[in-house]
Write a protein that binds this ligand. Structure first.
Ligand code: ADP
Ligand code: MG
Length: 286
């Protein structure tokens, strides 16, 4: 490939909202045969909204929302943003929380008036009242509680990007294997996968942020050339580990820094576009 041709390819990408970080990247793009898609913020918009709010008997839902918003004020996670926004909409001014700690891939915790309050997955709690179960379906349900018990549940819905299903179909048509990788539960991840045409057998869920890059490495050890598409802090290591890393332009800085390609046009159909562009560019030169 001549430098000029690669440069032309790179600038053509830029015109289409595909920021390619160097001439070598186009060659890497052409080689990939497997693509791993993060769920939240990548297949979905990541602009989550609270769709459901429940409290255990005797507790007002607003109290659940208040405690959750206080904890989540310290978090950058899309779920946190949704909870804080909902509290604000309801005119709630959450108390100050201290000693915030992110529990990557699980939730968050902080101290409110001397009590450690948890927000996140079921595994954070020893006890979950039956009234709070069975709410997962239309989105991701997180629990809110203290003293080991979940006291409330908040369901956060997240729209699937409009072009995600077409993008998956196109990637398959181009002959790539497509996987969904998520820290969310298998049930939630499979529900999103189904909508975009990824079978449950190709869903790799419940993966902690520090383990996402190992999933990429495992696929590579099977001889695959892997592209990873992600947006979050939790995707950075996987983006770096992959043969090709693509970050959504709406994502976090660290994801964009770790990636080889930034999809400024934050739509999943930019991915097949990038692959096509690399193939065209390198074909012309030969
Ligand atoms: P994904 O891999 O789909 O982008 P993450 O790894 O960021 O998802 O999060 C996985 C799961 O961990 C979420 O679905 C949620 O249940 C929980 N979680 C992570 N961070 C938070 C938070 N700040 N508040 C509540 N729940 C969280
Ligand atoms: Mg994500």
């Amino acid at each position: 490939a001549t430098p000029t041709a690669l440069l032309v390819g790179t600038s053509r990408g830029a015109q289409r909202g595909i920021l390619i970080k160097g001439p070598q990247v186009l060659e890497d793009t052409r080689r990939i045969d497997t693509i791993v898609l993060d769920k939240t913020g990548t297949i979905t918009t990541g602009e989550a909204e609270v769709t459901d709010l429940a409290a255990e008997p005797g507790l007002h839902p607003a109290a659940v929302l208040t405690a959750a918003a206080a904890v989540e004020s310290g978090s950058e996670h899309p779920i946190a943003a949704a909870i804080v926004a909902r509290a604000q909409e309801q005119g709630i001014r959450p108390p100050r929380a201290t000693d915030f700690e992110a529990l990557p891939g699980t939730g968050a915790v902080a101290t409110i008036k001397g009590t450690r309050v948890n927000v996140g997955q079921a595994e954070l709690f020893e006890e979950i009242p039956s009234e709070l179960l069975g709410l997962e379906r239309a989105g991701t349900t997180v629990f809110v509680g203290w003293g080991g018990r979940a006291r409330g549940a908040i369901t956060v819905g997240d729209d699937i990007r409009e072009t995600s299903a077409d993008a998956v179909a196109e990637l398959r048509y181009e002959g790539l294997g497509v996987y969904l990788l998520s820290g969310d539960t298998q049930a939630n991840a499979a529900a999103v996968a189904e909508v975009v045409g990824i079978g449950a057998e190709d869903v790799i869920a419940g993966v902690k942020p520090q383990d996402k890059h190992e999933v990429v490495a495992r696929l590579q050890s099977e001889g695959r050339v892997v592209a990873m598409v992600g947006d979050g802090v939790n995707d950075a290591a996987a983006l770096a580990r992959a043969d090709l890393g693509l970050a959504m332009g709406t994502g976090t800085d660290v994801a964009m820094e770790s990636a080889d390609i930034v999809l400024v046009r934050a739509d999943l159909d930019a991915v097949p576009d990038a692959i096509e562009l690399s193939r065209d560019t390198l074909k012309v030169i030969k």
